[in-house]
Design a protein around this ligand. Structure first.
Ligand code: TXA
Ligand code: MG
Length: 316
C-alpha cells in the first residue's frame, strides 16, 4: 500500500498500520469518530486506555493541546521528532474517546519519515496506539501487524522499527517543577534530567511516577503466547527441583525450554526483543527463558526490563 491509499482509507473513517521508529501504530484521523472507535474495536482495547496523538509539524499541536508550556516546548525542541510522548492538557475540540475522558492527552512527533509523510499528506494528526491486540507484544515489522489482525488491516511498510520498544511517556506536576516518567523508553530519565540541568531556565526534577491513566502500566502486558520466565544466570534451569517448581507454578505437563538469547548491547536488544518474543512463541517449547545479568539496569535497560517484567509469567 502507498501513502495515498493510506490517506484515502483514513479519510474514509478507516484505520491503517503506520510505521514509527518505536513500534508500528494503528492509526486513525483524530477528526474521525468512527476511525477512533475502530481502533478500540480492532485492538479489542478497553475504552479506559487513552490513545497517543501523533503530529508531524509543531503547528499541529495547537489543535490537540490547550497549553504547550515552556517546559514541554523545551523537551520538544530536544527530543522531537523522536520516541518521547508528552501528556499535556487536551484541546477542548479533541474527541474525548481519544483521551478516555481524561483532561490530558498524550502527544508525540514520530521520527519515521513514512509516519510524517502520512500525517502531512492527510493534513491532520492521527491517534495511534501500538498495532497489537490489547495486552500483546507490540509489532516491529509490517508483517507482524498483518498477522496480528489476520490481514484485516492495511499496513504501510516502513521496514523494521529502529528503536523497537514503545516511546517514553512523561507528564508534569501542576507547578511544572517535576517531570514524571509514566513509561520508560529510549529517551531515559538520565537524558532528560541532564538536558534540563544544563539548559533549562529553572530547576526541574525528573522522577518515575505511576501513570494517572494506569493501563500501559497494567501488571501483565506484552505477554507472549508461551509463558516467559526471567532467570538470573546463577540458576541451573536443568535442575529437577527447578523444573518441578515450573510445572506446578505454570501448570505444565512437561518442561521444554526455548532460551531467547538477547543482545548485550541495550540499543540492539530493544530493537530485537519483540521480534524474538514473537518468533519464540511459534516454537514447540512450553517455557521461554531469558537469562538476566547484573548489567541489565539503568538507561535503556530500565525500559527493556520494564517490558520483560510485564511479559514474564515468573521471575526468579
Ligand atoms: O511508541 C509509542 O508510543 C507507540 C507508537 C505507535 O507511537 N504507541 C504506543 O501506544 O505505545 P499505546 O497506546 O500502546 O501506549 C500508550 C501509553 C499507554 O500506556 C497509555 O496509558 C499512555 O500512553 N497514555 C496515553 N494517553 C495518556 C494520557 N492522557 N495520560 C496518561 N497516559 C497516557
Ligand atoms: Mg501498546
Amino acid at each position: 500500500m502507498d501513502i495515498l491509499k493510506a490517506v484515502e482509507i483514513l479519510k474514509n473513517d478507516g484505520v491503517v498500520g503506520m510505521p514509527t521508529e518505536t513500534v508500528y501504530g494503528l492509526a486513525a484521523d483524530i477528526k474521525s469518530p468512527e476511525g477512533i472507535d475502530k481502533i478500540f474495536q480492532t485492538k479489542k482495547r478497553p475504552f479506559f486506555d487513552p490513545l497517543i496523538v501523533h503530529i508531524a509539524h509543531l503547528v499541529q499541536i495547537k489543535s490537540v493541546v490547550s497549553n504547550f508550556h515552556e517546559l514541554a516546548q523545551f523537551l520538544a525542541e530536544k527530543y522531537w521528532p523522536g520516541p518521547l510522548t508528552m501528556v499535556l492538557p487536551r484541546h477542548k475540540s479533541l474527541n474525548k474517546k481519544i483521551t478516555s475522558g481524561l483532561e490530558n492527552v498524550g502527544v508525540r512527533f514520530p521520527k519515521h519519515p513514512i509516519a510524517q509523510k502520512l500525517i502531512i499528506t492527510l493534513n491532520s494528526p492521527v491517534a495511534a496506539p501500538s498495532a497489537n491486540l490489547f495486552g500483546k507484544t507490540s509489532p516491529t515489522t509490517a508483517e507482524h501487524v498483518v498477522n496480528e489482525f489476520s490481514g484485516a488491516v492495511s499496513v504501510l511498510d516502513g521496514g523494521p522499527c529502529e528503536v523497537g520498544i514503545e516511546s517514553t511517556v512523561i507528564g508534569f506536576n501542576e507547578h511544572l517543577t517535576e517531570v514524571h516518567i509514566y513509561r520508560p523508553g529510549a529517551i531515559t530519565k538520565k537524558m532528560i534530567q541532564e538536558a534540563l540541568n544544563k539548559e533549562f531556565v529553572r530547576q526541574v526534577i525528573v522522577m518515575e511516577a505511576p501513570s494517572p491513566a494506569a493501563p500501559g502500566q497494567l501488571q501483565h502486558h506484552y505477554m507472549p503466547k508461551i509463558p516467559l520466565i526471567l532467570v538470573p544466570t546463577q540458576i541451573n534451569i536443568e535442575d529437577e527441583n527447578f523444573k518441578n517448581e515450573l510445572k506446578t507454578k505454570l501448570k505444565l505437563p512437561s518442561v521444554v525450554y526455548n532460551e531467547i538469547k538477547i543482545a548485550h548491547d541495550p540499543v540492539i536488544c530493544a530493537r530485537e526483543i519483540y521480534e524474538q518474543l514473537r518468533e519464540a512463541s511459534l516454537s514447540k517449547a512450553t517455557v521461554l527463558v531469558i537469562f538476566t545479568h547484573d548489567f541489565m539496569k539503568d538507561g535503556i535497560w530500565d525500559a527493556i526490563m520494564d517490558r520483560l517484567n510485564k511479559a514474564a509469567s515468573l521471575k526468579f
